[in-house]
Design a protein around this ligand. Structure first.
Ligand code: 7TS
Length: 407
């Protein structure tokens, strides 16, 4: 992998922040976009902007073709069986809300249970709390240990005949932990067959690992475009066809219907029954371009590079006095969360920014994780394909300076 050639594709990286070269380590929040992704959006608006699935005219047909080709691209990327199983959404949050809302209409019932973990992002907690409030079902959560490793045995013990839904993150955004989701899915299937539905939150996984939804045998898989080099406002819900075709639509409106009378509506087929209204057409097309970028770079190469940066940064940060890493699972994606004795994470974040280094500070929308460690938040450096060891060196030097200033 030629890192200079990769960096050249991300013009935004070539700038100074507070008179220092930008070091962008906030990829867990959102990644930067390569030029080809940005150009795919302007190309759409310059040459074939039009609404999809509606017009007989040439531009509308072209827009529709490109939008549907993007669906095919996503299908191949995660190895779904059918393109109807790919629903375009605004992102992971909307994908999970769609499933939680729809299942609370005609699947989940009083006395049944939804099982999550304590390391979920709020968007894989709150929609299930809402679904439980609507139905009278109960939310249960498996814990994790002081290293940030999911207590898999505890989770398995929480699976009973009452468990209707298991919703788990593949990679924790706050800890970096990669969970053994295949082992968990296999266990749930062996115990409850298809009676328990399984949703995987792949927001932090898809940008870093190759994903095969058929091999996983999950029922739903949710992810966001903007963390994998695509724009904001586009995301994906994968759902098994047999299931999704029986589920109640999440939103009503144009495109999701077959026929409408004032008295009654017949819903459209998949995937359209879950895509009410004009979708994010340019976003889907740009997501397809981002997938091409990832495939051409090599998903395994990206993972290897990020893992190398994580290992290097983890070693180096241990030399900074007072640093405690939050999340020390042996199997981690490129997330380095930490606190420093006697300092507040946001003070560190502000000082790092003054030295050109962008990190995220706070609870990372995972408050139960912070509660567990009894901390208000962490500083989080998270890596992407374009980051370098030199940037890690700059970050560590800046961190040392920040810590000295704050003490
Ligand atoms: N699930 C996980 C594991 C996430 O990390 C995020 C976003 C979401 C769901 C929600 O994704 P969205 O695209 O719908 O917002 N995580 C973060 C983060 O760590 N910093 O900013 C957003």
């Amino acid at each position: 992998m030629d890192i200079n050639q990769i960096r050249a594709q991300f013009p935004i990286l070539n700038q100074e922040i507070n008179k220092r070269p930008l070091v962008y380590f906030d990829n867990g929040a959102t990644s930067q976009k390569p030029l080809r992704v940005i150009e795919s959006i302007s190309n759409y608006y310059l040459h074939y902007n039009s609404n999809v699935h509606r017009g007989v005219h040439t531009l509308s047909q072209k827009a529709t073709d490109k939008y549907e080709q993007a669906r095919q691209k996503v299908r191949q990327f995660i190895n779904a069986n059918h393109s109807e199983e790919i629903i375009f959404t605004r992102g992971t949050t909307e994908s999970i809300n769609l499933v939680a809302f729809s299942l609370s209409q005609n699947f989940l019932q009083q006395g049944e249970e939804v099982l999550i973990s304590e390391m979920e992002h709020h968007s894989n907690i709150v929609p299930w709390q809402m679904a439980c409030e609507r139905t009278g079902a109960k939310l249960k959560a498996a814990s994790f240990d002081e290293k940030g490793i999911l207590n898999v045995e505890e989770l398995k013990n929480l699976v009973s005949e009452k468990t209707k839904i298991v919703a788990l993150t593949q990679v924790s955004n706050a800890l970096g932990t990669i969970n053994p989701i295949k082992e968990i899915i296999d266990y749930v299937r062996s115990k409850n067959g298809n009676n328990t539905l399984i949703l995987i939150d792949g927001a932090q996984a898809v940008p870093h690992l190759s994903v095969d939804v058929q091999a996983l045998d999950c029922d739903f898989y949710a992810f966001s475009g903007h963390k994998m080099y695509a724009p904001t406002g586009i995301g994906v819900l994968y759902g098994k066809k047999e299931l999704m075709s029986q589920m109640t639509p999440y939103q009503g409106g144009g495109d999701m219907i077959k026929t409408v009378t004032i008295e009654k509506t017949e819903y459209n087929e998949l995937p359209y029954r879950f895509e009410a209204g004009t979708p994010n057409i340019s976003g889907a097309i740009a997501l397809s371009e981002a997938i091409d970028f990832m495939l051409e770079t090599g998903v395994n190469e990206i993972a290897r590079h990020e893992h190398e940066l994580l290992t290097y940064a983890t070693e180096k940060i241990k030399t900074v006095s007072g640093v405690k890493i939050i999340g020390e699972a042996p199997n981690k994606a490129g997330v380095l969360s930490f606190v420093v004795d006697g300092t507040h994470p946001s003070d560190i974040g502000v000082l790092l920014d003054k030295m050109g280094v962008a990190v995220r500070t706070g609870h990372h929308c995972a408050e139960p994780v912070m509660d567990k460690f009894n901390i208000p938040g962490t500083v989080r450096a998270s890596f992407a394909v374009y980051n370098t060891r030199q940037e890690v060196d700059i970050f560590i030097a800046a961190l040392e300076k920040a810590v000295n200033l704050l003490r």
